[in-house]
Design a protein around this ligand. Structure first.
Ligand code: PAF
Length: 282
């Protein structure tokens, strides 16, 4: 497995048409499942590890975000990744970070990224930074397919719509959604789970429980109330707990169309998100 810092090396013939897994590192079995899925498609797999400053707000965890390159490589090597791309900030943002931040604020995001009451309302500017870095990574890696986890469902929908809206730039690039990987008790795997104290780790099961109880509701308002009550009964503070159209992420009145339950909640200093398809459960 090669470790690549210089984007020019990504054009090596053996990486041509690769499967691509973009990450910010601090890898866990959820990331591993993306690599395994990409490998199953039979192409060489490139994984990027880049903690992207433009997607963090000024009061967020950019500085303390875990950087664990050695253990990340130890996880990736046996999974058969061909290369790990670990660019310096200058390779991604050659005009500097201040210019990149301005650029990310000016990006015309697909409507799905600004659906009311979701991530964009809680983390203004976050999706501009995600769109900027993902576009830049796709330009540099030039993959034929990119593998993204459903754990970050809004991010997945953003990238899907961003790519399909700009085929001249992204060509035939395929976005492959991959299922969320969960711990034995249902907690969705996340790099941020390592921030949790042992009591918080016990309480974090609330997100998966909330998604389960939502499943029993016959009405959207009931599902949303049950999710909030479940989160709060475990001591979490709810940012949103809603049922939305699975494609547009806009509010829905009922479960007639494909719907998705989406949660963001705070547990101490840690912000956790989770989501689940509702319609297939009914
Ligand atoms: O999901 C992540 O890890 C990041 O948001 C991504 C897609 C690698 C962009 O920085």
């Amino acid at each position: 497995m090669r470790i690549i810092e210089d984007p020019a090396e990504l054009q090596a013939p053996d990486l041509c048409g690769c499967g691509f897994v973009p990450t910010m590192g601090a890898l866990h079995a959820g990331h591993g499942s993306l690599v395994t899925r990409a490998r199953a498609d039979g192409r060489p797999v490139v994984v990027s590890i880049f903690v992207n400053p433009t997607q963090f707000g000024p009061n967020e965890d950019y500085a303390r975000y875990p950087r664990t390159l050695d253990s990340d490589c130890a996880l990736l090597e046996p999974l058969g990744a061909a290369a790990v791309f670990v660019p310096p900030v200058e390779a991604i943002y050659p005009n500097g970070l201040a210019a990149a931040r301005i650029e990310s604020e000016a990006i015309a995001l697909p409507a799905v990224a600004t659906a009311p009451g979701l991530e964009d309302a809680c983390r203004p500017g976050h999706f501009g930074g995600v769109a900027l870095v993902v576009g830049r990574l796709f330009d540099l890696v030039r993959p034929s397919a990119a593998y993204l986890g459903e754990k970050d469902y809004q991010q997945l929908r953003l990238v899907q719509d961003m790519v399909s809206a700009d085929r001249p730039r992204y060509g035939e690039l395929r976005i492959v959604p991959c299922p969320t990987v969960r711990e034995g008790d249902g907690l969705a795997m996340s790099s941020r789970n390592r921030y949790l104290s042992s009591d918080e780790r016990t309480a974090a099961i609330a997100l998966a429980r909330a998604l389960q109880v939502a499943h029993s509701a016959q009405r959207v308002e009931t599902a949303e109330r049950l999710m909030r009550e479940t989160l709060e009964s475990f001591g979490l503070s709810t940012e949103y707990a809603v049922v939305r159209d699975a494609r547009t992420l806009m509010p829905v009145k009922g479960f007639e169309q494909p719907t998705r339950a989406l949660i963001a909640a705070r547990l101490g200093a840690t912000r956790l998100i989770d989501n689940a398809a509702m319609t297939v459960w009914r």
